[in-house]
Design a protein around this ligand. Structure first.
Ligand SMILES: Nc1ncnc2c1ncn2[C@@H]1O[C@H](COP(=O)(O)OP(=O)(O)OP(=O)(O)O)[C@@H](O)[C@H]1O
Ligand SMILES: [Mg+2]
Length: 357
């Protein structure tokens, strides 16, 4: 990694009329990094990506690519390649013609363009499809052609906007590995927009969680999982989603009592303000099934679902809790389940601000 970041965003703001779509976005991306922008619909992911590509004009801040200020530079001079969900291949052109289109626009000699296309086709496994038309390709092959069109330009950065959302589940899993492997092979710098947190977690070196135009938290995938800074990030990262139960810190500040019938005190791994109203986060995979006599929580079981490798248990009452058990379980709907959780596994959020405390 070089000292100079490949992409640097400082204090980016974007207004659409009265609507404030991006608010003080700060993000530094080293060369070679794979960054995922993730967050719910409408949080500003595409706006940020399109601003990077120059397809949107930012209202404030500084945007640099490879050390050069890009504010006001038109899209075609930014030397970045966008790969969209709708691949927008030219239907009347073969794979080879689709691949070389950008080179022909730049008047690259025919033979040179052909060689470049062959090189790219080899990288992404399209050699045998060069004379096909897009309608003669599968979804995954079309996605590869779209990637190839981006690669052939040797851009300073790849910008992906939900490129896999048209594909079925199995192909998505395959293509996300393929895209990541390609990124590594090319030594590329990539920004990848998705609303799928699993995709973000599995593909990226650095995950940026956005909400309402703001970066809520950014860090390595596992740091977001281990130490979410807010209830929002905690609920967004991890599958099945974290359970949240209201409660209050006990008088000595070293334990918390949940607002669940019959709940015992849960020890905390550090001190908190006595009496403070909190929301406690319990990951489904961190709740342990134990003997009822030793349990922190005893709850009725309403649903048991098994996938073979995992068993999902849902408990009754408010709020319902989800518990994930590795392998099979003898737990049955209609019976009671005893649950325990280690102090260091608890996530504690202020009830009011919803920030981790
Ligand atoms: N041209 C526009 N004029 C006004 N508002 C816009 C415009 N484009 C986007 N917005 C608004 O900006 C916000 C962010 O939109 P954006 O497309 O960046 O969301 P997103 O995070 O990509 O969502 P999705 O996951 O649904 O694609 C949305 O509330 C959207 O309605
Ligand atoms: Mg979008």
């Amino acid at each position: 990694m070089s000292a100079q970041p490949q992409i640097e965003l400082v204090g980016i703001d974007k207004h659409y009329g009265a609507f404030h779509a991006l608010k003080d976005i700060n993000l530094t991306i080293p060369k070679g990094q794979f960054v995922a922008l993730v967050g719910p619909s409408g949080c500003g992911k595409s706006t940020l990506l399109r601003s990077l590509a120059g397809l949107e004009t930012i209202s404030g801040g500084t945007m640099k690519i490879a050390g050069e200020v890009m504010n006001g530079v038109p899209p075609r001079k930014r030397d970045v390649a966008m790969v969209f969900q709708s691949y927008a291949l030219y239907p009347h052109m073969t794979v080879e013609q689709n691949l070389t289109y950008s080179l022909r626009l730049k008047h690259v000699p025919r033979e040179e363009a052909k060689r470049a296309a062959e090189e790219v086709a080899k990288t992404i496994g399209l050699q045998n499809l060069m004379h096909r038309y897009p309608r003669e390709l599968s979804g995954g092959q079309r996605q590869r052609v779209a990637m190839g069109r981006a690669i052939i330009r040797s851009p300073k950065a790849f910008l992906f906007d939900e490129p896999l959302s048209n594909l079925d589940a199995a192909l998505r899993v395959h293509m996300r590995k393929e895209i990541r492997a390609l990124h590594d092979r090319l030594g590329a710098t990539s920004v990848y927009v998705t609303h799928d947190q699993i995709e973000a977690m599995t593909m990226a070196d650095h995950v940026v969680v956005m909400r309402d135009g703001v970066i809520e938290q950014q860090g390595s995938p596992l740091s977001l999982y281990d130490t979410p800074a807010s209830r929002f990030v905690a609920g967004f990262i991890g599958s099945p989603a974290m359970n949240f139960v209201p409660g209050s810190v006990d008088a000595d500040g070293t334990s918390v009592t949940l607002d669940l019938p019959g709940a015992k005190r849960l020890a905390l791994s550090g001190r908190r303000d006595p009496g403070r109203k909190v929301v406690v986060g319990l990951r489904p995979e961190h709740l342990e099934v134990v003997d009822i006599a030793e349990a922190h929580l005893v709850l009725p079981v309403t649903v048991v679902e098994s996938t073979g490798s995992l068993t999902y248990v849902t408990t009754g009452g408010t709020p319902e809790l989800t518990v994930v058990i590795t392998g099979r379980s003898t737990v049955q709907a209609g019976s009671d389940i005893g649950l325990a959780i280690a102090p260091e596994r608890l996530h504690v959020f202020d009830a009011e601000t919803e920030k981790a405390i």
